[in-house]
Design a protein around this ligand. Structure first.
Ligand SMILES: [Zn+2]
Length: 412
């Protein structure tokens, strides 16, 4: 029986969203939180983009150190041989790749403007897949951009060519959020049956169906005899109307009517981390969590009307599908209302020692404290907002990694 793996793309689709971005330390914390939650894979960035190089290398180093384990870190790039070569030149330890190319006639005609035919799309992709294997890849996903507006016959041909060259998975991208649960189910089931590769679902919310389409697509892949890999982002942040929300998808897959028995998640997800990762992403992106967000919104467990309040007090199952404790909620929140000392880019050692002392962090020497403070200053320069406790703790614990993440000198 097929299973559903989670593949979060916050650090790729999320950060390429217009008007939004994350610092390299924020991206690193997202990877750490995803790992703590039990997410299978993080699409952690852009190996051909030079300002990502040190971040990607440092995160692969964290994986080697066991900090980012067992999560799999995978880079995203275009499915052209030059991108694959650049990726391995800049990030030699990269082992997991997703190679993306447009497959729809709309994109082939409207984007490549006659420079590429369908045959070129396939030859570019298979050459890129070959190059990835030759340069040391351990897994290679072939990414069909705009798959939902691509004819099934060509998608099958694309998938079979990828498979013939050893591709590990086929990513079905509903790039414009054009599918509905019925259409994506049919398309993905047929692809799974005819291509015989695990299928990734990459769904967008332009019509408000990213989570529903991901669920239906996963069912299609499994009914077609393959595993499903669902692309999510934290709080659904992604291009335009966004992607499938990580927490909402996990809730849908594990709690919706009669689904999980036949279509299980590949491994347990620790939903008690949900509130923490959602709040951190909200803070880091500067985007509030909608009050009615599934599971983590302020109103997700709020009851006001007489009938509902009475019912939920008698038995929570009357008006709640799942408990707030499962989402890591219920602890009272501490909000400072008096004097606050904040560690930032202009901080001195006294204020910094006070902030770290409150978290019970002490330093072996004044030199060590000054070294960490200097890194904290630079982290604040990069993020331009007060660092959260976990960022300060991360910098204090892994100063050498933090220094790499904060080194933003343009490369040659
Ligand atoms: Zn996308």
């Amino acid at each position: 029986m097929g299973r559903i793996y989670l593949l979060d793309v916050t650090n790729r689709d999320g950060v390429q969203t217009a008007k939004l971005g994350l610092s390299k330390i924020e991206k690193t914390l997202i990877n750490i939180y995803l790992n703590e939650m039990g997410v299978f894979q993080s699409e952690f960035g852009f190996p051909t983009t030079r300002h990502e190089t040190r971040y990607l290398t440092a995160n692969l180093e964290l994986a080697e150190m066991g900090v980012l384990q067992p999560i799999r870190l995978q880079g995203w790039m275009r499915a052209i041989i030059g991108d694959v070569e650049t990726a391995f030149k800049l990030v030699p330890n990269l082992r997991h790749l997703n190679l993306s190319i447009s497959t729809s006639d709309q994109m082939i005609d409207g984007k490549f403007l006659g420079r590429k035919t369908r045959d070129h799309i396939i030859s570019d992709m298979v050459e890129a897949v070959d190059a990835a294997w030759a340069l040391g890849a351990e897994s290679v996903g072939a990414n069909a951009e705009d798959a939902s507006r691509t004819g099934l016959d060509f998608l099958v041909k694309f998938g079979l060519a990828a498979k013939e060259h050893g591709a590990t998975r086929l990513r079905y991208c509903d790039t414009l959020g054009y599918d509905n649960p019925f259409s994506i189910y049919q398309a993905v089931k047929a692809l799974a049956e005819k291509v015989g590769l695990p299928i990734e679902l990459h769904c967008h919310g332009d019509l408000g169906m990213a989570v529903a389409n991901s669920l239906a697509g996963a069912k299609g892949a499994i009914d077609g005899g393959q595993d499903a890999y669902v692309n999510t982002t934290v709080n659904g942040i992604g291009e335009r109307a966004g992607n499938a929300d990580l927490v909402a998808f996990v809730l849908a897959a594990s709690k919706s009517k009669d689904f999980a028995e036949k279509y299980p998640l590949a491994s347990a997800v620790d939903l008690t981390q949900a509130s923490k990762i959602a709040e951190f992403a909200s803070y880091a992106f500067g985007v509030p969590i909608p009050i009615n967000q599934p599971g983590v919104g302020a109103n997700a467990f709020a009851h006001a009307s007489g009938i509902h309040a009475d019912g939920v007090l008698k038995d929570p199952d009357n008006y709640e599908l799942y408990g707030f404790e499962e989402l890591g909620r219920g602890e009272p929140k501490f909000v400072e209302t008096g004097r606050e000392i904040i560690a930032g880019q202009y901080s001195g050692i006294s204020g910094f020692s006070h902030v770290m002392g409150k978290m019970e962090v002490s330093f072996a020497s004044a030199e060590e404290a000054n070294e960490i403070l200097e890194l904290v200053r630079y982290a604040n320069v990069e993020s331009q907002k007060p660092l959260v406790e976990d960022e300060l703790l991360f910098i204090a614990k892994y100063p050498d990694i933090a220094r790499k993440l904060l080194t933003l000198t343009p490369l040659e």
